[in-house]
Design a protein. Structure first.
Length: 95
């Protein structure tokens, strides 16, 4: 699966305030409409395997794969992981 094709947009984060029902789904759906209007063919997003993906599913996204996760820390390039490094599920929406 080639994702670096100039036609794929990635949603890396959705931030919402508590108490607003269905907001995440609306943002995912809006990201697809905006991307499509700009000529993109696909929108992808990775979530932790421990997450259900209810918002993505409600916005019409489908699971297309898994990613191993992991650390960016390397012996010659030390990093402190401040993000979850667990396995992820890859979702996409396309025509």
């Amino acid at each position: 699966l080639k994702l670096d094709d100039s036609w794929t947009l990635e949603v890396t984060r959705v931030c919402i305030l508590n108490g607003f029902k269905n907001t995440a789904s609306m943002l995912y759906a809006a990201s697809w409409r905006a991307a499509k209007a700009m000529g993109y063919k696909r929108v992808i997003s990775y979530i932790l395997k421990s997450e259900k993906g209810t918002s993505l599913k409600a916005a019409g996204y489908k699971i297309i794969g898994e990613a191993g996760g992991g650390s960016w820390n390397r012996k010659k390039r030390p990093r402190i992981d401040k993000h979850p490094i667990g396995e992820k599920t890859l979702w996409d929406r396309k025509d």
